[in-house]
Design a protein around this ligand. Sequence first.
Ligand SMILES: *Cc1c(COP(=O)(O)O)cnc(C)c1O
Length: 376
Amino acid sequence: MIPFNVPPCTGHELKYIAEAIDAHKICGDGAFTKKCNKWLEDRFGAHKVLLTTSGTTALDMASLLCELQPGDEVILPSFTFSSTANAFAIYGAKLVFVDIRPDTMNIDETKIEAAITDRTRVIVAMHYAGVACDMDAIMDIARRHGLLVIEDAAQAVMSSWKGRPLGTIGDVGCYSFHETKNYSMGEGGAVVVNNPAFVERAEILREKGTDRARFFRGQVDKYTWVDIGDSFLPSELNAAYLWAQLEMADEINENRLKSWNAYREAFQDLADAGRVELPTVPEGCVHNAHMFYLKCRDLSERTELIRFLKERDILAVFHYVPLHSAPAGLKYGRFCGEDVYTTRESDRLVRLPLYFGLTSEDQARVIAAVRDFYGV
Ligand SMILES: *Cc1c(COP(=O)(O)O)cnc(C)c1O
């Protein structure tokens, strides 16, 4: 069986986990967490990075930093993971879904402005498959209307827009290190705090509402409960696992890109013949090969392709029932404008196996099976 995903493992994970145990430091914010935070800050030129327990809780922190009032509105795509929306719905915000662009599956920046009302506070840019949203357009709209921008860069670690790393452009960026992401710690994530006004509060929110971070730096002589918060910091054991990924981030990235490019090349003739559509990487985007997908003609062809591959022991998957048509989406949100692409394009999309260490033999089997399905 060729799995859809294999969690990344470089071989150094156990050594680092043992180091954390030997150092008698397995709770949060030990040496490995600090190394990971600093690596992410240095590599991406980020103002402040803090590991979190998941990409979901990174989004929760971002939402709390926005200090939304009940009834405030948040603009986001409907084609995204539930966490993108949940982070805002949980604090009482109203979700306003906007259609996507069919080429990148990202929010259509030309449709955002029509969704803005006097209650709008935030735009969420989710970088699907690690390919950037048009951040120039989004930042410009936000500036003109006085809105905050949260980047859901869960899939976009190591990607960039016009040379700027994704996650570092909006007020806050959110990364995921779930086992299905390019770099992993099992469950985990990070907030990238780009707006300097948010840094101190981010540290407090992450530490159960206390100013413990300032206490550890010697800036206050005792720490107390100063604000609301939660426990958003991950265990050192998870951070140790992540460190083994980050120190080999370039190797992992290159390995994934090699597989991504091989898929792209292998299906170019099918795309040229109009049988499938391949992912588009617009000018200015450098992507991280988070995902390789094809678009079939329609839902029934996709269902047949997935079944065809499964019969050949290959797991291909699809995702995102558009949020605006899901029960919670209906309850907490509304779609603004017409759903031209969100439902239609998500029905056609199928993701092929892609992970660090995918062998060229296994990939050749996947390619041959897809080509066989299309009779070429
Ligand atoms: C994976 C993902 C998340 C959530 O990350 P977790 O670490 O699984 O909580 C949020 N948004 C998007 C777009 C994702 O792909």
